[in-house]
Design a protein around this ligand. Structure first.
Ligand SMILES: [Fe+2]
Length: 323
């Protein structure tokens, strides 16, 4: 701290924030009005939503401690408010910029971990497939397709990334199993899948792609099996034309995510699984900009022989937790 004389509160307990005469800064507890935090917490009424009444004291303390610890100025706080406002203005049913901001801060990965921990703590088996974040590009109501169909729509040589799509064409099959003991296949489970085109864009980001391109839902058969054609995923940068991308640049961070395929897998009598699988060949596999990679979700595509529709194949089973 410099020698600026600043009064930070109008309350009686406000203190002078100047440095000591010996040049050693006072700590936050000596510079600022700590009773403010207790007053804000105490303002919660007796009829507050119980979960809010439980968690808000902690949030308020952490927020206030943060502001005191870093000597947050009005200008800096205003910039933060505008960042959040800008995220809200940019968000709609096709883009969730606020979630993207949470993602680059690791918050979605953290709450995903917390939720998964609570589920596994209440579980008898603990052998279900690990979760990963939903991400901001999910769209509900993807086409329900027969097993063996392709989620790649209208691929012709006129498509700018046609050659890349042919070279990365893939066949994915597997089973949806219950993590009960013994493990049993789940019939009529729904495998909801989505990924980007080789240009790194989801269909809602790219006006050149058909609606719902590279998205599909598949229902498992009596053996719990599903199968579909898709593309090997590519690394892509999260959108950098909005506040989350600009914030990454201010932090001198790269925006890339390793190639991945998103899944939501649901089955009767089982907890719905939201996860991703990651291509082990991707150069960003150890430096995901949203910190979502887990070892158990890293996969290896194998060359596929004798199939004109696919150059690569992958077998991957999902395991769902009974409820
Ligand atoms: Fe993604």
């Amino acid at each position: 701290m410099g020698q600026t004389q600043t009064r930070v509160s109008s309350s009686d307990s406000a203190v002078d924030v100047s440095s000591n005469f010996d040049g050693i800064d006072d700590g936050p507890e000596k510079k600022y009005d700590l009773t403010l935090t207790d007053k804000v917490i105490a303002a919660t009424g007796p009829n507050a939503l119980p979960r809010l009444a439980q968690i808000m004291p902690s949030l308020i303390r952490h927020l206030h401690d943060f502001a005191r610890e870093v000597d947050l100025t009005v200008d800096e706080w205003t910039a933060g408010v505008e960042l959040i406002n800008e995220c809200g203005r940019m968000s709609d049913d096709k883009r969730n910029e606020t979630m993207l901001l949470c993602d680059i801060l690791g918050l979605e990965t953290l709450v995903d971990e917390v939720t998964a921990h609570m589920v596994s703590a209440a579980s008898a088996s603990g052998a279900s497939t690990p979760t990963s974040i939903l991400g901001p590009f999910y769209r509900p109501n993807a086409p329900l397709l027969p097993n063996g169909a392709s989620i790649v729509q209208d691929l012709t040589p006129s498509v700018p990334w046609y050659d890349e799509a042919v070279a990365s064409s893939a066949y994915i099959t597997g089973r949806v199993m219950s993590s009960s003991n013994p493990s049993t296949p789940i019939r009529n489970a729904i495998v909801d899948v989505w990924h980007t085109a080789p240009n790194g864009l989801y269909e809602q980001q790219d006006p050149e792609q058909p609606d719902m391109n590279l998205r599909g839902r598949f229902k498992t058969d009596g053996d719990g099996r599903f199968a579909f054609y898709c593309l090997r995923p590519v690394a892509y940068p999260i959108p950098d034309d909005g506040p989350a991308g600009k914030f990454l640049a201010l932090l001198d961070r790269h925006p890339y995510r390793p190639g991945h395929i998103h899944f939501i897998v649901s089955g009767p009598g089982h907890r719905t699984l939201t996860t991703q699988i990651f291509d082990d060949c991707d150069e960003y596999i150890t430096k995901d900009s949203v910190f979502a990679v887990k070892d158990e979700l890293v996969v290896r595509f194998e060359p596929r022989e004798g199939d004109s529709q696919a150059q690569w194949s992958l077998e991957y089973d999902f395991s769902l937790e009974p409820v």
